[in-house]
Unconditional design. Structure first.
Lengths: 543, 181
C-alpha cells in the first residue's frame, strides 16, 4: 500500500485527491475528481480517498468496488424502473381475473409476446427471482457505497488542519487577499466568527472556522433509515412476521381463518348492512350522484374459535370459543397479533327455498303440502304428511343451458334450478317437474300436480381480511431515520472559513456544501467593521 | 500495513457475507412462499381424511392406501373438463386396481346430491370423497380444476397435472406409480 506523504507532513491514504490535513492537491490523483490546474477545486467528499484501485485484487474487492460505484447504483435503479414499467404491459397474474392458469393465460390472450412475458417472469414481477435480485442489488449498493464514502469523509474532516496549502486557498470558490488588513482586523474577524457560532481552531495564526459539520452525515443517516426500511420489507416474507389473507364466510358458517395455519376459526353469526336514508334531505343529492344506495355501516357479528386438536385436513376440528365481537370497517377484531378486518360483502345468496305442492287444475293453488329445500346441501327425498313423496332428482345450484343440456356454472346457489319427481300416494310412476327462477315446466304436459315457490331464505356473505404485521415498527423507525437524515442534510449547511496570515495582511477562503448565499452573508458579517472587502465568488466571476 | 490490508479484507468479506445472507434469505423465502401454496413433484403428499360418497366405509384417508400407487384427482360436477376425463379414469381403474394402483377422487361440490346423481349417470365405481369445505383443496393448494396428483407407493408425488388428461397420458402416469411386484 502506497501512502502519499504531503509536504505538510501528513500521510494520506492511496487515492487521496486533496491532502486530508492541508488540502494541497495530490498531483497524480487530480483526474479522479476531474480537477483542472487553473480551475476551482472539486470539494466532493473533501477530496478524500473513496475507492482505491490498489485494493482491487481479490474477488471480494472486485465485488466491493462494483457495488461501491454510484454509476452502478444509478444503472441498477434505471434497470429496475424499466423492468417495473414493462411489467405493466399485460396484467399481472394476481389481477388477471382469469380461470386459466398463468402458463396458458398469457399465450392464449397475447400470443407469442404473452408467452415471452410469462417465460421471463413479468407476469409475477415482484415474485420473479431476477427482479428481487435487482432490488437486493440496490440495497447492497446502498450499504457499500455509503460505507465507502462516509469513512474517508469522516477521516478527512477529522484530520483537517487550520493551516491550508496556498493552492487549496486560491482554488476555493470564495477567496480573497486582504493585503492591507491590520492585526486588529484579524482579531475582529475571529471574534465576529465566534459570535456567529463558528467553531474556531487556531494554529500558528492559521484559522479554521467551522459550523454545521453534522449536516455532512445527513445522507448516511438517511441511508441507514432506508436500509432499516428495506429490512422491514424483507421480513414481510416471514410468515410469523406478516400475514395478509382473505376469507369469505356465509351467515351461520364456521370457517378456518386463512394465514393462521389452521389455528383459528371464525363463525359468521350475523351480517348487517345499513344504508343511508334516501329520503333524508341531507343525503338525497349525493346518493343520486352515486347512482344507488350508499352503505352507512356494514358489520359481521363474529365468534372466534381456537382449534384444540390436531386432526387431519378434511376432518372437522374440535374448537373452543375464544372471543366474540363485531367487526366493522376500520374496527377489526383482534386476537394473538391477528386483526380481522371487514373488507367486503355479498348480499342475498339463497339459503333455502320452500315449495308447495298443489293440483294443477286448482285455480286457488291450495297447498297439499309444503317442503323446504336446503340449497347448500339438499336432501334428496321429502315426504309430505299426507303420503305424497317428492324426490329431488336433479339440482343445479347456478343453472345454465350448455349445448342444450342443463348444467351448473358453479357450486354456489346463485340461480338454482330443480328437477322434482312427485310420487302421489300409491303411485309408482312419478310426475316430472322442472323448476327454475322464473320458469316452471311440465315436460310431459300431462302433470296432475304442480310445485310452486312459496318462500325464500337468504343469507349474506361477509368478506374479511386477516392481517398480521410485525414489520411496521421497522418501517416506522426506518422511515423516521430516513426523514431525520433528509432534514439533517437539507436544513443545515457545512460552512468553513479559512484565514491564513501573510506577511502583509491575510488570505480568506470559504467553502460550503450548499447555500453559498448564506456563507457569503456570514463572511460579510464577520468582516464587518474591518478594512477587508468580502472575498470574491470566483465561480461567478468566470460566468 | 499488511495488517491493515488484511483487516480491510476481513471487514469487506464480513459485510458482503451479511448482505449475501440477507438476499439469500429473501429469495429463499419468496420461493418457498409460492410453493407452500402448491405442492410440487417430489414432495410427500399430505395425508387427509374425508367422508366418502360411494364407498363401503364412511371415511377414507389417503393413508388407507399406504404402499399402493394412488392417483388423487380433484374435480367438481360444474367443471366440464373434469367430467370428460372421468370415463377414462373409470376404465383404467378397473384395469389397475389389481396392480395395486388406486384412484381417489376428491369432489369439491357443496351438495352431495349433485355428486351421487353424477356418479349414477356416469357409472363411476372408484372411490369418491367429498371435500365439502375445500379443506383438502386448500392443503394441496389446488387453484384450477381438474388437478391430478400421481403418488408413488412411498407417498411422494411422482407427477402433478393441472388440466384434463387423455386416456393415453393417464395410463402412462398410472404405470409410473405402479408398485413393482
Amino acid at each position: 500500500m502506497n501512502k502519499i506523504k504531503c509536504e505538510c507532513g501528513h500521510v494520506n491514504p492511496e487515492g487521496t485527491v486533496l491532502c486530508e490535513a492541508c488540502g494541497k492537491p495530490v498531483e497524480e490523483n487530480q483526474h479522479i475528481d476531474g480537477n483542472n490546474e487553473n480551475k476551482l477545486l472539486n470539494m466532493r467528499y473533501d477530496g478524500s480517498a473513496r475507492r482505491s484501485k490498489t485494493y482491487n485484487k481479490t474477488i471480494v474487492d472486485k465485488i466491493w468496488n462494483f457495488f461501491s460505484s454510484v454509476k452502478v447504483g444509478v444503472w441498477l435503479i434505471a434497470v429496475t424502473l424499466i423492468a417495473s414499467s414493462l411489467g405493466t404491459i399485460f396484467p399481472q397474474e394476481m389481477n388477471n381475473q382469469s380461470p386459466l392458469p398463468a402458463e396458458q393465460y398469457y399465450e392464449e390472450n397475447y400470443g407469442m409476446a404473452g408467452q415471452i412475458y410469462y417465460q421471463l417472469g413479468f407476469h409475477d414481477l415482484y415474485g420473479s427471482w431476477w427482479y428481487m435480485i435487482l432490488i437486493a442489488s440496490i440495497g447492497v449498493s446502498l450499504v457499500i457505497a455509503s460505507i465507502d464514502r462516509v469513512v474517508p469523509l469522516y477521516r478527512s474532516l477529522k484530520k483537517q488542519k487550520p493551516k491550508r496549502h496556498e493552492t487549496f486557498m486560491k482554488r476555493q470558490r470564495l477567496f480573497g487577499q486582504a493585503e492591507y488588513a491590520s492585526e486588529q482586523d484579524y482579531h475582529r474577524v475571529i471574534d465576529q466568527l465566534k459570535e456567529r457560532r463558528y467553531k474556531v481552531i487556531q494554529e500558528n495564526g492559521h484559522v479554521l472556522a467551522e459550523k454545521g459539520r453534522f449536516s455532512r452525515w445527513g445522507p448516511y443517516v438517511n441511508h441507514i433509515g432506508l436500509i432499516i426500511f428495506l429490512l422491514g420489507a424483507l421480513l414481510r416474507f416471514v410468515p410469523s412476521m406478516y400475514v395478509d389473507a382473505n376469507v369469505w364466510v356465509r351467515e351461520g358458517e364456521t370457517k378456518m381463518l386463512e394465514g393462521t395455519e389452521g389455528e383459528y376459526y371464525i363463525k359468521n353469526e350475523d351480517f348487517i348492512v345499513e344504508m343511508y336514508d334516501e329520503n333524508d334531505e341531507r343525503y338525497k343529492e349525493s346518493i343520486e350522484k352515486q347512482g344507488g344506495s350508499v352503505p352507512k355501516n356494514y358489520q359481521t357479528n363474529a365468534v372466534l374459535y381456537q382449534r384444540t386438536d390436531e386432526s387431519l385436513p378434511g376432518v372437522d376440528p374440535e374448537l373452543k370459543q375464544v372471543k366474540e365481537g363485531e367487526i366493522r370497517v376500520n374496527e377489526p377484531l383482534k386476537i394473538d397479533g391477528f386483526a380481522i378486518y371487514q373488507t367486503t360483502y355479498q348480499l342475498n345468496e339463497f339459503k333455502t327455498m320452500t315449495f308447495k305442492l298443489h293440483e294443477r287444475s286448482d285455480a286457488d293453488e291450495q297447498s297439499i303440502g309444503e317442503f323446504t329445500v336446503n340449497l347448500v346441501d339438499p336432501k334428496s327425498e321429502y315426504t309430505l304428511d299426507n303420503g305424497y313423496r317428492i324426490e329431488l332428482y336433479d339440482y343445479y345450484p347456478e343453472f345454465e343451458m350448455k349445448d342444450g343440456v342443463p348444467s351448473s356454472f358453479s357450486k354456489y346457489p346463485k340461480d338454482p334450478a330443480f328437477v322434482f319427481h312427485v310420487y302421489p300416494p300409491g303411485q309408482e310412476e312419478p310426475e316430472v317437474n322442472f323448476l327454475a327462477i322464473g320458469s316452471n315446466l311440465d315436460p310431459s304436459g300431462e302433470n296432475q300436480y304442480k310445485i310452486g315457490i312459496t318462500d325464500l331464505e337468504m343469507r349474506d356473505v361477509t368478506g374479511l381480511t386477516i392481517r398480521k404485521d410485525y414489520t411496521l415498527p421497522f418501517l416506522g423507525i426506518g422511515g423516521a431515520i430516513f426523514m431525520i437524515g433528509v432534514i439533517q442534510g437539507m436544513y443545515w449547511n457545512h460552512r468553513r472559513i479559512w484565514i491564513q496570515p501573510k506577511e502583509q495582511g491575510f488570505w480568506v477562503a470559504g467553502h460550503t456544501n450548499k447555500n453559498w448565499f448564506g456563507l457569503k452573508k456570514d463572511l460579510e458579517k464577520a468582516l464587518d467593521g474591518t478594512s477587508v472587502e468580502p472575498p470574491e465568488d470566483q465561480q461567478e466571476l468566470k460566468e | 500495513m499488511a495488517n491493515k490490508k488484511k483487516k480491510r479484507f476481513i471487514f469487506r468479506s464480513v459485510v458482503l457475507a451479511i448482505l449475501a445472507v440477507a438476499v439469500g434469505f429473501a429469495l429463499y423465502s419468496s420461493f418457498t412462499d409460492g410453493e407452500k401454496a402448491a405442492l410440487k413433484e417430489g414432495d410427500t403428499a399430505p395425508n387427509f381424511k374425508l367422508k366418502t360418497v360411494n364407498y363401503e366405509k364412511d371415511t377414507l384417508a389417503l393413508s388407507d392406501f399406504e404402499g399402493k400407487g394412488v392417483m388423487v384427482n380433484f374435480w367438481a360436477t360444474y367443471c366440464e373438463p373434469c367430467k370428460d376425463e372421468m370415463p377414462y379414469m373409470e376404465e383404467l381403474y378397473k384395469k389397475y386396481k389389481d396392480k395395486d394402483v388406486e384412484i381417489l377422487a376428491v369432489n369439491l361440490d357443496q351438495s352431495e346430491l349433485v355428486v351421487t346423481r353424477f356418479l349414477k349417470e356416469y357409472g363411476i365405481s372408484f372411490p369418491i370423497v367429498h371435500d365439502q369445505k375445500g379443506q383438502v383443496m386448500g392443503e394441496y393448494g389446488v387453484g384450477y380444476l381438474p388437478a391430478s396428483y400421481f403418488i408413488n407407493p412411498d407417498g411422494t408425488i411422482e407427477k402433478k397435472i393441472i388440466g384434463p388428461l387423455t386416456l393415453d397420458r393417464l395410463e402412462g402416469y398410472l404405470k409410473d406409480i405402479t408398485p413393482e411386484s
